[in-house]
Write a protein that binds this ligand. Sequence first.
Ligand SMILES: NC(=O)c1ccc[n+]([C@@H]2O[C@H](COP(=O)([O-])OP(=O)(O)OC[C@H]3O[C@@H](n4cnc5c(N)ncnc54)[C@H](O)[C@@H]3O)[C@@H](O)[C@H]2O)c1
Length: 362
Amino acid sequence: MTAPLTVALADRSYPIHFNESATALKAEVSQLRAAKRSIRVISDARVLHAHPSYLAQAGFHDNEILSLPSGEPTKSVEFFSQALSFLASQAANRDCALFAFGGGVIGDLAGYVAASYLRGIDFYQIPTTLLSMVDSSVGGKTGINLPEGKNLVGAFWQPKAVYIDAALLQTLPPREFAAGMAEVIKYGMLADAKLLSNLEALDGLDASSEELPAVIRRCCEIKAQVVADDEKETAASGGRALLNLGHTFAHAIENVAGYGTYLHGEAVAIGLKLATQLSVHLEQIPAGDVAHVQRIIEQFKLPTQIDEPLKVVDLMAAMQRDKKNRSGHLRFVTMTHLGTAVTTDGIGAELIENLWREAGAE
Ligand SMILES: NC(=O)c1ccc[n+]([C@@H]2O[C@H](COP(=O)([O-])OP(=O)(O)OC[C@H]3O[C@@H](n4cnc5c(N)ncnc54)[C@H](O)[C@@H]3O)[C@@H](O)[C@H]2O)c1
């Protein structure tokens, strides 16, 4: 039995349950029922199909579950509205507890529904993808996309608890599993050289690897600490922004290639190599680290090069639109060692353009 982790946020602190999570979830549901609270779940059709009895075993009833289509388009105003109506039509009130059972798409959408309905109701995360277990279910960023761009609407709304059951990953397609590994590698690169060397020592990793639960827990520890120190990403430097290592590049790739061409984690993998190259150009780390990072990324069946015909000029324009920019300046996360990251401003456009060309852009 592994003790839960705590995300320390004063009166909004919450536990992340690990291998006892199915039991803890069942106990939470029965406590809510004993208190006569209403319960609702938002999930996606593919997850419910892959795990048809998981929710029933935890004590949820069929009529409490809203099943939405699987995929990124579900994180939209349309499905946000549908989910709100699901709550309102059954007269859910302030004591309603809303659970997300799915990957980052369902977690982000359901979290924003919980933040908005009746000005905020209790929210719980049951992540079902590797990405959502190590990243999106922890930290309280919730939201939806607009046709104009990703994650343009949202709120910080922390869950009351997160229930991580790595057994749910047995049904996750290998490509989705690999995409989650990009975020795992990211944690090693930004905060934990030992995690990175442990990953390197593994001959790949999959849903049945015995090392997986400890790897997931370590990522959650890092994220919990970073979030506790800078919940709303307001630190002038460093802080929660460090979790964006590789992401300034990744968001541009996803935006220009069209969402869905690369999975988010695949774009992050390419971005991690680019962030390493950038750190080398800034003389923050030795040149040999590029090959080292590339080897680790490839070991987990992730790309390090762009293989679509993407234009440098478009990628640069997408970077300028990044909502994390301040006063029109590009901000990057770079490394001063493998395992230590910093935020870096004032990087010239020409250097970034050259890196894009090296990565395969035209
Ligand atoms: N809030 C945050 O801090 C944060 C951080 C990172 C990413 N995100 C968001 O997360 C989203 C991506 O999340 P994701 O990668 O989990 O994608 P996802 O939720 O779309 O899930 C990926 C696919 O796997 C399927 N699936 C999920 N669990 C399964 C399982 N156990 N077995 C079989 N199939 C399963 C889903 O139906 C879907 O088709 C993006 O919208 C991104 O913006 C949010």
